[in-house]
Design a protein around this ligand. Sequence first.
Ligand code: PAF
Length: 273
Amino acid sequence: MKIISDALELKQELRECKGAIGYVATMGALHEGHISLIKAARSANEIVVVSIFVNPTQFLVGEDLDKYPRRDEADKKICELAGVDFLFMPKAEDLYFEDEVKIAAPNVRGYILEGATRPGHFSGVLRVVMKLLNIVNPANAYFGKKDAQQLHLIELMVKHYFMDVNIVAVDTLRDSDGLALSSRNVYLSKEQRQEALKISKSLYMASSMVSRGIVDVKVIQKEMYNILAPLEIGYVAILSRDFKAIEKVELGNTVILVEAVVGTTRLLDNIWL
Ligand code: PAF
């Protein structure tokens, strides 16, 4: 595995490689969820590139950029063991320029749900993902369904900017009790973890209601709120897969998203129907 921090050097190396490139963008502190993305890339491409970059432009003022976990040495080992060919670890000054041209998240879909509480976050995500995709130039880039809104906005960017990359959506990994894997789960006490299970339970309940023919969004949301109580709920949203409001669930074109706070930990989960 080659570790590279210079964007132009990586571009040059990759130009000399033969075969399809599969790419996984990360901010490091790698866990099973990231490994499943790397495995998906490994199984379908000749060359696998992973990047680790804690992107400052997607953190708002006052957010925990400085506290974001950095585990470079452990991450390097994980990548090596997972069969990564190139690990790209740039610094902010390697990627960003003074007074640079910026891409911005769409006014509506970039500012609902996660974007409502973190306005500008998705502009930072798209800005860095555009750069990374242009540097790596992969045939396939892998993103987790767990960050459904991020995934959707990246798909939109690729479409709207006529970019030549196939975005592959990878299923969310769950613990055996149903809790979606997240680096934040370590902050949960045993009791809080039990509380957090209400999130996946509410999503399973929604799915079971739909399979029983109950498709009215308001009816499903009400039942989900009942299950989630007394958690502090950020949102319970039932949208079309292009993140637009719907009144009835349409199988094959619906995503149900929950954000809830357990203790002080903000957890996200979703289910695609
Ligand atoms: O999901 C993440 O880890 C980040 O938002 C991403 C896509 C690597 C961009 O910094």
